[in-house]
Unconditional design. Structure first.
Length: 183
């Protein structure tokens, strides 16, 4: 078992019903519920990296509408750039974030079966799923991987409370990641 899976649970029928309503469509490829709100509903889900043969690099998916809206406001105010600047300001922090992107990629790759990995061998999709970071981001040659969006970062931090951007999101977005809950 992957160490991130320790607190995760397969989705129940109730979870899938909730996700159907929250997403407005049939949930596809949901492997786990990685974080829940205080009322027990899924807040973050873990998606299978291949859905109908199409790579899905966003493994940890935020499904909490209230938190999504709060983060959208933060993003609209320059939050992605501010997060990247915060990471870049401290070399140790930036290195931890780069390590997290590698861990995210390794986790995603580990969700695939041996047959799926074999089918992907030598394809561009193999590189995306095996090597790209949080939400499929890759920033070749840069000091740190890019921050694609704050929703992806929040989903990752709720699933992995030690995530480096969790501290920044806590301060800027009033999200408590250590408890995997929104204030």
């Amino acid at each position: 078992m992957n160490p991130f899976d320790a607190g995760f649970a397969p989705p129940s029928t109730h979870d899938l019903d909730f996700l159907r309503l929250a997403l407005g469509r049939e949930p596809v490829g949901v492997r786990f519920v990685a974080a829940r709100c205080k009322s027990g509903h899924p807040r973050v889900i873990v998606n299978h990296p291949l859905q109908n043969g199409i790579p899905q690099p966003t493994t940890f998916w935020l499904v909490d509408a209230e938190l999504f809206a709060r983060l959208a406001t933060l993003e609209a105010g320059g939050g992605v750039k501010a997060a990247e600047d915060w990471l870049a300001a401290e070399p140790v922090r930036a290195a931890r974030y780069a390590d997290e992107n590698r861990a995210y990629a390794a986790y995603r790759w580990g969700l695939l079966s041996a047959d799926e990995r074999a089918r992907l061998a030598g394809t561009p999709q193999e590189k995306v799923l095996r090597d790209s970071g949080i939400g499929g981001m890759a920033k070749g040659g840069g000091a740190i991987p890019a921050v694609k969006c704050l929703h992806l970062q929040a989903a990752w931090a709720l699933a992995n409370p030690q995530a480096v951007l969790g501290a920044w999101l806590h301060k800027e977005g009033r999200v408590r990641f250590a408890e995997r809950e929104v204030e």
